[in-house]
Ligand binder design. Structure first.
Ligand code: PGA
Length: 246
């Protein structure tokens, strides 16, 4: 497990973007699952600004809210499109249609999209981190072997999402790529910035690996990088030791 800590703001965003650009240079047909939320946006913007050749990549949206009206600006799809996909112009962009009449068929189609990749796995999962330790919409207690699923959101997730749904109630459920596929990705990145994430970063990286804190399960993965700013890292042993990657 590696922790890559950079000054908050453009230095953090550019470090993440540079690594992403490098991955795509090494592997132009990279198949990625990408988070939305506010954390990755500056990194996505920096990656697009770098003008990297994302044209052969394939992108899977990590999760999507349920009960969305058409053209909802706060949908995960809209956020990922405007923050990355429209600029990156990948070969394939797979969203999650939570309004599908047959949601089971939609879930199965997402799993099939993942299975169609080399080795049946994603190359890279770029994830945010919920204050309760969720990854995507895999809330505490989610099964480690779970695949794409309809899930009820935790109260803290709904409260956190409310800022995107001004003047209307935030959704209470969504569909997410499951922990099984995120943990099977060849490489996993977890992005976290700000002091508000420091406690959960420390629990996820230094506490026990448990489904109570889904992000702690990445401890079991052989190729994980935590992209942190100093505030998010401040309660970790890495910061206390002020030394290199753990
Ligand atoms: P944030 O959301 O990037 O907006 O903090 C992360 C998450 O809840 O997964």
């Amino acid at each position: 497990m590696e922790r890559s800590i950079h000054p908050s703001g453009s230095a953090w965003a550019e470090a993440v973007a540079a690594a992403l650009v490098q991955r795509v240079a090494d592997h132009p047909a990279l198949r990625m699952c990408l988070a939305t939320g506010s954390t990755p946006r500056p990194a996505y913007a920096a990656a697009v600004a770098a003008g990297a050749g994302f044209g052969a990549t394939s992108i899977l949206l990590l999760d999507e809210f349920g009960d969305l009206p058409p053209d909802e600006p706060a949908s995960c799809d809209r956020v990922l499109r405007t923050s990355f996909v429209d600029g990156a112009r990948p070969a394939d962009y797979r969203t999650i249609d939570t309004g599908a009449a047959d949601l089971d068929a939609e879930r199965a189609a997402i799993d099939a999209w993942i299975d169609a990749g080399p080795g049946g796995a994603l190359d890279l999962a770029v994830l945010g981190l919920g204050v309760n330790g969720h990854l995507g919409m895999n809330e505490p207690g989610s099964p480690v072997d779970g695949r794409t699923a309809r899930v009820d959101l935790a109260a803290s997730t709904i409260a956190g999402a409310q800022r995107y749904f001004e003047g209307r109630a935030a959704p209470t459920w969504g569909v997410t790529v499951g922990l099984a596929d995120l943990l099977a990705a060849r490489e996993v990145w977890v992005l976290a910035t700000g002091r508000g994430k420091s406690e959960i970063v420390a629990r996820a990286t230094e506490g026990p690996a448990t489904t109570d804190v889904p992000a702690s399960l990445v401890q079991l993965h052989p190729n994980v990088t935590w992209w942190l700013d100093p505030a998010a890292a401040e309660r970790t042993g890495w910061c206390r030791r002020a030394s290199g990657p753990a």
